[in-house]
Design a binder for this molecule. Structure first.
Ligand code: B12
Length: 174
């Protein structure tokens, strides 16, 4: 049986400075380590027409498509999200990156994505994929927001412990 895979896409921008996306690079390492397959599409660096991306995805049929979204690539990210919805199969659409980390709830309706993972995702992305593969509740995965009938659901956050309530290590603990 082949392992489930994810296509990680960094949408193109017209930004002045363009370097390989560290974000999708780190995530690729993390999901590979967790036993999933990865296809990387850094479209800020590699020119690929939308219809060619469509063909590649339709061909490879990754179970998950992850979009890495910043404000500068927002418009192209929406175009790609709309294109993914037209694929001949229904991959799970996962959204992440600086823009949606700030606006996770809006992202669900703006992109029509299935799940939004906020902030750094080296742990939460593989955890979310594992939960979806095993059929366990993704609401339990830290950092995950998701949509139900187009409405965003924000699971109850883990309470942060105040550092002032943490006991001091004392001189011997240092
Ligand atoms: C280093 C850096 C750069 C470097 C290199 C970036 C690179 N190679 O990736 C350079 C100088 C090239 C650069 C350029 C630009 N940058 Co810059 N950059 C940064 C900086 C300081 C760190 C980014 C980084 O590498 N972080 C480490 C990686 C591992 O984190 P990450 O990319 O965020 O990815 C993590 C999460 O976001 C998440 N994630 C990301 N994608 C996905 C996808 C999925 C599916 C999931 C689940 C999760 C997920 O998981 C990742 C791993 O933990 C950030 C500020 C910051 N502190 O984050 C600004 C920042 C990302 N840059 C920003 C901007 C505006 C730009 C430029 C547009 C500037 C310009 N006008 O040219 C360009 C865009 C370049 C492009 N390719 O599009 C903004 C974006 C703002 C926004 N609202 O989106 C930021 C947030 C700074 C800011 N506060 O304004 N940048």
């Amino acid at each position: 049986m082949t392992q489930p895979s994810i296509a990680l896409i960094y949408p193109p921008t017209n930004a002045v400075t363009v370097m390989p996306s560290l974000g999708i690079g780190y995530l690729a390492g993390a999901v590979r380590q967790a036993g999933f397959g990865v296809h990387l599409y850094d479209l800020a660096r590699r020119h690929l027409r939308l219809r060619d991306l469509y063909r590649e995805l339709a061909d490879r049929r990754p179970e998950y498509v992850g979009l890495s979204i910043t404000t500068p690539n927002y418009v192209n990210a929406r175009r790609i999200a709309a294109m993914i919805r037209k694929l001949p199969y229904k991959p799970k659409v996962l959204l992440g990156g600086p823009h949606v980390s700030v606006y996770p709830e809006e992202a669900v309706s703006e992109f029509g994505g299935d799940y939004v993972v906020i902030r750094e995702a080296e742990e939460s992305l593989p955890n979310l994929m594992r939960a979806l593969e095993n059929g366990t509740d993704p609401a339990g995965v830290h950092g995950v927001h998701y949509g139900v009938n187009g409405h965003a659901v924000t699971p109850r956050r883990r309470k942060r412990r105040s550092t002032t309530s943490t006991r001091s290590p004392g001189p011997r603990g240092i």
